[in-house]
Write a protein that binds this ligand. Structure first.
Ligand SMILES: Cc1cc2nc3c(=O)[nH]c(=O)nc-3n(C[C@H](O)[C@H](O)[C@H](O)COP(=O)(O)OP(=O)(O)OC[C@H]3O[C@@H](n4cnc5c(N)ncnc54)[C@H](O)[C@@H]3O)c2cc1C
Length: 435
């Protein structure tokens, strides 16, 4: 049977390579250079659209652990990255052109992979296997088709996400639980005195922002305002906006604080909380500085920074099964950023996972989930079944992993143990279920 892969980005390249080298016939559709996206510049496969860094290689860093697991499963992206790397301290950075050129050359040279340089605007979802890996800049033609296939509500076009922190890193001694006017107990409220509020406001108006493309600006204007823009409209604007204290009485004082930053639960287990109304386009380092001005979040571990940009992705928890196939059309798979994972490595990793299970299915075996203790397994479970409300894209982080059976206070030591556990789980899994 032919496996049709749409999109030769980070995910699509891993899929074509991993299936092709195992003897599976693949048709790989890529619309560039005939039709370009808003973000790519070349016709090469797996083109890094922004940074040339694939982040840390140390396994005590979540991205490093993810890479170690990808290598264990077999990753073309990492093999080529190794050969085209440029000096970048503890991070893996590549010469972007040399990297993408070599990925393209290897796939073009594969006997089992036929490359079709065309835009796909639809397919028969009941015939053959289809894997949609068209990324954050999926073409309009395909979006119209997916809208019909999935339904209007199952596609998102923009990421307007507030920063997310881990529950265990919030200083709960300085905040209190409660919804406005005592109507429940779902939110964590971080109170601010006048001085603390003014310091936060000053940090927000002085912080550096990431410049936006025109289409993002349009979205901003039409849909929602970043927190720093609200701050710039006046010193009290936040206090009458997302930081208003109305109806939030601090049980320790019996009064409403001067201002309140509310935190909303992000996942079913209550491991992650987002800052309400803090969607932002501040640079990541600046976000950290701003968040540290909120007393209860002084030592907060940020697992996802806020972003506002165009990003096409599907509502995976509603439409996909644990193997990233459509519940309604089990021969249609999704991989890469369109599933709601975020980042070059996360996208490539999801491609490896999908290829692994497509290969098993073609061999007449049942698809398998990866162990929860692994970074890949935990990230994919989060995307499919752990999110509360609508999916917001997520990248690898240690907060996703199940906790250790013993409490380890030292963060570095804890991560080391989590990483060792993950590597052991992946090794045992692959020994038992090789491909
Ligand atoms: C502006 C921007 C900057 C980013 N910067 C970073 C960063 O610095 N670091 C990081 O880790 N992540 C970054 N990302 C996130 C993301 O992980 C990368 O975009 C990554 O490339 C996603 O991999 P993918 O395989 O899902 O999609 P892509 O790598 O984008 O591949 C999808 C491919 O599908 C093709 N395609 C689209 N529609 C069709 C169609 N209808 N028919 C045929 N082909 C089609 C595209 O041409 C493309 O080649 C960024 C995202 C964006 C939007």
């Amino acid at each position: 049977m032919i496996v049709n892969v749409i999109g030769a980005g980070f995910a699509g390249s891993e899929i074509a390579y991993n299936l092709g080298k195992r003897g599976v016939k693949v048709h790989l559709y890529e619309m560039r250079p005939k039709k370009m996206t808003e973000v790519h510049k070349t016709g090469y496969f797996a083109e890094p659209v922004c940074s040339n860094s694939f982040k840390s290689e140390e396994i005590t860093n979540a991205e490093g652990l993810l890479k170690a697991e990808m290598k264990m499963m077999g990753s073309l992206i990492l093999e080529v990255a190794e050969r085209t790397r440029v000096p970048s301290g503890k991070a893996l950075a590549v010469d972007r052109n040399a990297f993408a050129r070599e990925v393209t050359k290897i796939i073009e040279g594969m006997e089992n992979v036929e490359i079709v340089r065309e835009e796909v605007t639809g397919f028969n979802s009941d015939e053959g296997i289809w894997i949609v890996a068209t990324g954050p800049a999926t073409s309009e033609g395909l979006i119209s088709f997916l809208r019909e296939l999935l339904g209007e509500d199952f596609l998102f076009f923009f990421d307007a996400v507030s920063p997310i922190v881990t529950f265990e890193s919030i200083d709960m001694s300085g905040c209190f639980w409660g919804d406005r006017f005592g109507k429940g107990n779902d939110y964590i409220n971080c109170p601010l005195t006048r001085e603390e509020y003014e310091e936060l406001w000053k940090a927000l108006v002085e912080a550096e922002v990431i410049e936006m493309e025109d289409f993002d600006r349009r979205f901003l204007f039409e849909r929602c305002q970043p927190v720093e823009e609200i701050a710039k409209s006046g010193k009290d604007a936040l206090r009458y906006g997302p930081l208003r204290p109305t109806g939030l009485v601090d049980p320790r004082t019996g009064k409403e604080p001067y201002a309140v930053v509310q935190l909303r639960r992000e996942d079913r287990e209550g491991k992650f909380y987002s800052l309400v109304g803090f969607q932002t386009r501040l640079k990541w380092g600046e976000q950290k500085k701003v968040i540290q001005k909120i007393p209860c979040l002084r030592n907060a571990e940020i697992v996802r920074y806020g972003v506002m940009h165009r990003n096409v992705y599907i509502n995976s928890p509603r439409v996909l099964d644990p193997f990233f196939r459509l519940k309604k059309h089990p021969n249609v798979f999704f991989a890469g950023q369109i599933t709601g994972v975020e980042g070059y490595m996360e996208s490539a990793a999801s491609g490896i996972y999908v290829a692994y299970n497509v290969y098993r299915i073609l061999k007449g075996l049942s698809p398998l989930r990866l162990p929860e203790e692994t970074m890949m397994g935990a990230l994919f479970s989060y995307i499919i079944e752990k999110v509360e409300g609508d999916l917001k894209p997520m990248y690898a982080n240690f907060g996703l992993l199940p906790p250790l059976s013993v409490r380890v206070r030292n963060k570095f030591e804890r991560r080391k143990l989590l990483a060792e556990r993950a590597m052991k789980a992946m090794k045992e899994f692959l020994e038992k279920n090789p491909w």
